[in-house]
Design a binder for this molecule. Structure first.
Ligand SMILES: *[C@@H]1O[C@H](CO)[C@@H](O)[C@H](O)[C@H]1NC(C)=O
Ligand SMILES: *[C@@H]1O[C@H](CO)[C@@H](O)[C@H](O)[C@H]1NC(C)=O
Ligand SMILES: *[C@@H]1O[C@H](CO)[C@@H](O)[C@H](O)[C@H]1NC(C)=O
Ligand SMILES: *[C@@H]1O[C@H](CO)[C@@H](O)[C@H](O)[C@H]1NC(C)=O
Length: 337
């Protein structure tokens, strides 16, 4: 059942109890529905939401960009098409997988172009072939449903380009490099690129299980946020310690909804850096290997997620599945994607 909120700022959860906005880390139990599941072995890494409501999702196990077009029942908000209306948008040449995706917004009428990072990345060793990272532009503005794709740049100096985010309306994008501890800046119009900022806090932790440092990244009032484990520096704020975070989404209230990948949970971190809620659990396959999150819109939910199927840390020690795209039924929150 979809709940309606009279007050902007109230949190509505479909199909579950709603909780007060303050409090200790409580489990939040929204309905979670699978919009589309790929075959076993599929790793869905990241997503962007189109203005028409469709989702663009990147696969890391193959160099493919897919579109999932969810349609919800207006009465009970369940997805109407079990297959999620999935469609392959483009298979990229010269790379083994895709990492990040973000809208470009090079000017105020530029709404359906996306920058995508591609890399030769092994899911067996979690390392990339050196000098294999590139950035592409996917143009979906054609009215005839044509897809135009061009490579913007190879960035051979990069380690592993992962997440990408729009910086401004001049076509500048920021790209996280998860092994070099750097953020790169790339202009999609001029194709110029360079190191934007580098910091030891964004490098992989020496003792980390996976050789991955900075990963998810969003531009918020022009301050790039580092991953949760970063130490506090002038421009680097530690969000919460001892958390495994893959990617994250931010809501209008400033809460961070962090995808925990091997924890099979989403952790909500409030503005005071305290964990407010958790969704999912280690032994549940609902969010098995959750990799990234994005709000449907700036005015309402649901919160969409992508998964890798639990392959880093199997659910209850044994269970893995194909990566999927889910709708977490949280309504009434304005998301900042
Ligand atoms: C990356 O993989 C693609 C597809 O297998 C291959 O064509 C390309 O040469 C590889 N690039 C590098 C730098 O190894
Ligand atoms: C805005 O960007 C779009 C997409 O690249 C382009 O077609 C259009 O000409 C641009 N408009 C202006 C005013 O620069
Ligand atoms: C592990 O989780 C899967 C998926 O939820 C379930 O089907 C299976 O029965 C569970 N196995 C054990 C031993 O708990
Ligand atoms: C998860 O499942 C495993 C295998 O069934 C079990 O040993 C473990 O206690 C469970 N953990 C939790 C937190 O329920």
């Amino acid at each position: 059942m979809k709940l309606f909120c009279a007050l902007i700022g109230a949190l509505c959860i479909s199909g579950a109890h709603s909780l007060p906005v303050s409090g200790s880390p409580d489990p939040l139990n929204p309905n979670i529905q699978t919009l589309h599941q790929f075959p076993k072995g599929a790793w869905v890494e990241n997503l962007a939401v189109r203005q028409n409501g469709a989702l663009l999702v990147t696969r890391l196990d193959v160099p493919e960009l897919w579109q999932i077009d969810p349609v919800f029942d207006p009465i009970n908000s369940t997805p109407l098409h079990p297959s999620g209306n999935a469609r392959l948008i483009y298979r990229f040449p010269g790379a083994t997988g895709l990492m990040g995706i973000a809208g470009v917004n090079a000017n105020s009428s530029d709404h359906d172009r996306y920058a995508v990072t591609a890399v030769n990345f092994s899911l067996m060793t979690f390392t990339a072939i050196p000098s294999s990272s590139s950035v592409w532009l996917v143009d979906l503005t054609s009215e005839k449903n044509d897809v135009h794709v061009e490579k913007i740049a190879d960035i051979p100096e990069a380690g592993v380009l992962s997440d990408i985010t729009n910086l401004d309306i001049l076509g500048n994008m920021l790209i996280s490099d998860s092994t070099a501890g750097c953020i790169w800046k790339l202009n999609v119009n001029t194709k110029e690129y360079g190191r934007f900022l580098c910091d030891d806090t964004m490098k992989p932790l020496p003792a980390a299980g996976l050789p991955v440092g900075l990963n998810g990244m969003k531009t918020l009032t022009n301050v790039a946020i580092d991953r949760a484990s970063g130490a506090t520096r002038s421009v680097f704020n530690q969000l919460a310690a001892k958390l495994t975070v893959d990617n994250f989404a931010v809501d209008y209230a400033g809460n961070i909804w962090a995808a925990g990948n091997p924890t099979n949970t989403v952790t909500v971190i409030g503005k005071d850096n305290k964990v407010v809620w958790t969704i999912g659990s280690k032994n549940s396959s609902a969010l098995a290997g959750i990799t990234a999150l994005a709000w449907r819109s700036r005015t309402d939910g649901p919160l969409y997620g992508t998964t890798c199927g639990g392959v880093i840390a199997p659910v209850n020690g044994t269970f893995t599945e194909g990566g999927k795209v889910v709708a977490i039924q949280i309504w009434g929150l304005a998301g900042v994607n």
